[in-house]
Write a protein that binds this ligand. Structure first.
Ligand code: HEM
Ligand SMILES: *[C@@H]1O[C@H](CO)[C@@H](O)[C@H](O)[C@H]1NC(C)=O
Ligand SMILES: *[C@@H]1O[C@H](CO)[C@@H](O)[C@H](O)[C@H]1NC(C)=O
Ligand SMILES: *[C@@H]1O[C@H](CO)[C@@H](O)[C@H](O)[C@H]1NC(C)=O
Ligand SMILES: *[C@@H]1O[C@H](CO)[C@@H](O)[C@H](O)[C@H]1NC(C)=O
Ligand SMILES: *[C@@H]1O[C@H](CO)[C@@H](O)[C@H](O)[C@H]1NC(C)=O
Ligand SMILES: *[C@@H]1O[C@H](CO)[C@@H](O)[C@H](O)[C@H]1NC(C)=O
Ligand SMILES: *[C@@H]1O[C@H](CO)[C@@H](O)[C@H](O)[C@H]1NC(C)=O
Length: 351
């Protein structure tokens, strides 16, 4: 017979544990000071349901947007930390990036979805939730709604005041032509292990790429590691190196967040050198195979790596700000500065 005291004790232990560790796995993913799993529990209890319910509607209409949102979060975190800087108008990898040398081709629609979510969230709770947190939540919901694992992300990020320089952007985002050595070295600077690198690359189980990102493997000569039929089809999609066309990243299940990306690699059907070389290189080959044969294992490692990624150089506490427009810092937000006080909930979001 279990007493109520005992049950209450177990419950409190469980709550205590879940304060520190994510729900999708029992493994310990440490969280940085200033972030917490229940950051908005009292200030915006409807946050998570607002984001998930709206994304459900958006992704029902176009599941492709899940890939756009996941990649946007990745770019935010890798360059100058998860501070929403990628969202700022004029950012080297954000909207209106005419000056960015590599066309990073983030989807314009992803920026609009985030700003729309911000408007909905602020309408309900006031300007208390950061754009960087909304982006982190949108990325994890995209993974789940595309068929992947459901996991918690720690919250409490603040939005940065400045976007990164073009150089910083280039230095932090490895090109798709990278081999495994380059990839491991680049991501080791952010404390990612080889397992993290292989798991994060699994983000390429959804979404698309433009020809220019992989035609270096087709022209002038064909990368011998490419499967012949796969290469022939890529050449049909991209008859020239700079053809403005796109193809899917995971030919087996392009819209589903599963482990088929790793099965592609086993069959020499990885789209980028950075993908395929993970199977060629002896240091990562075993990890690729283990994910290809065990989707649960991939999900487990992906969640660990995503929670790590989502905490890169975050601003917390009184650092940064909570933007009232994800594309502009508050001092550049004409609406905010011309408004006497934002006392009325959502008054500024009725545009
Ligand atoms: C590790 C090094 C990585 C490289 C070199 C890389 C490179 C690329 C490139 C070149 C594209 C296609 C861009 C285009 O031509 O349109 C792309 C797309 C994408 N990447 Fe990565 N990526 C990396 C890591 C990641 C990570 C960590 C994630 C997320 C966890 C991710 C998620 C995506 C998604 C979802 C797309 C498709 C975007 C869309 O359909 O709009 N990538 N990546
Ligand atoms: C980048 O590519 C997108 C999509 O192909 C295109 O709309 C945009 O104009 C390009 N931007 C630059 C700066 O080349
Ligand atoms: C950016 O990088 C290029 C090439 O590495 C270098 O020549 C240039 O001085 C850098 N610009 C700034 C502002 O750091
Ligand atoms: C990997 O790429 C680097 C350049 O980024 C090059 O120096 C190195 O030789 C390459 N390694 C292999 C094994 O191809
Ligand atoms: C990587 O880990 C070291 C040691 O724990 C830490 O000092 C450093 O800030 C970490 N780097 C990043 C980018 O998180
Ligand atoms: C774009 O790719 C599709 C699918 O492979 C192909 O049918 C089409 O001809 C390509 N368009 C161009 C302009 O090459
Ligand atoms: C697959 O991975 C999960 C998660 O780590 C593990 O519990 C399970 O035993 C693995 N399954 C097989 C068949 O190895
Ligand atoms: C948000 O900021 C961007 C960039 O300054 C601006 O173009 C846009 O009109 C603003 N949106 C609203 C609703 O004020």
């Amino acid at each position: 017979m279990v007493s109520w005291t005992c049950l209450l004790f177990l419950l409190s232990q469980c709550l205590l544990v879940s304060t520190y560790f994510g729900r999708a796995n029992a493994q310990t993913v440490p969280i940085v000071p200033g972030l917490s799993w229940n950051f908005y529990a009292s200030t915006c209890p409807s946050l998570k349901s607002t984001v998930r319910e709206q994304l459900q509607i958006v992704l029902n209409q176009d599941i492709g947007q899940a890939a756009g949102l996941l990649r946007l979060h990745f770019h935010d975190c890798f360059v100058q930390g998860c501070d929403g800087s990628v969202l700022l108008d004029g950012s080297a990898s954000g909207p209106g990036e005419q000056s960015a040398p590599p066309n990073l081709s983030l989807r314009a629609q992803a920026f609009r979805i985030i700003e729309d979510l911000r408007r909905r969230v602020h309408q309900k709770c006031g300007r208390v939730v950061s754009c960087s947190d909304i982006l982190a939540l949108a990325a994890r919901d995209s993974v789940y709604l595309a068929g992947g694992p459901d996991y918690d992300v720690p919250l409490g990020r603040r939005d940065g005041l400045n976007f990164a320089t073009v150089n910083a952007t280039l230095a932090n985002l490895p090109p798709p032509s990278s081999n495994t050595t380059a990839l491991l070295n680049s991501l080791a600077q952010k404390n990612f292990t080889a397992t993290d690198v292989v798991a994060l690359s699994g983000g390429h189980t959804i979404g698309i790429s433009h020809c220019i990102s992989f035609t270096g493997r087709l022209y002038p000569s064909q990368d011998p590691t490419l499967d012949q039929t796969f290469a022939r089809n890529l050449k049909r999609t991209c008859p020239a190196a700079n053809t403005d066309n796109t193809t899917v990243l995971d030919i087996r299940s392009p819209d589903t967040f599963d482990n088929k990306y790793y099965v592609d690699l086993l069959n020499r059907q990885g789209l980028f050198t950075s993908d395929q070389d993970l199977y060629t290189d002896s240091r990562t080959r075993g990890i690729v195979t283990s994910f290809a044969v065990n989707q649960s294992l991939f999900y487990e490692k992906f969640v660990v790596a995503m929670i790590k990624m989502s905490q890169l150089s975050v601003l917390t506490g009184n650092q940064g700000e909570i933007r009232g427009n994800c594309s502009a810092r508050n001092s550049n937000n004409l609406w905010l500065s011309s408004t006497v006080e934002e006392t009325e909930k959502g008054s500024y979001s009725a545009f």
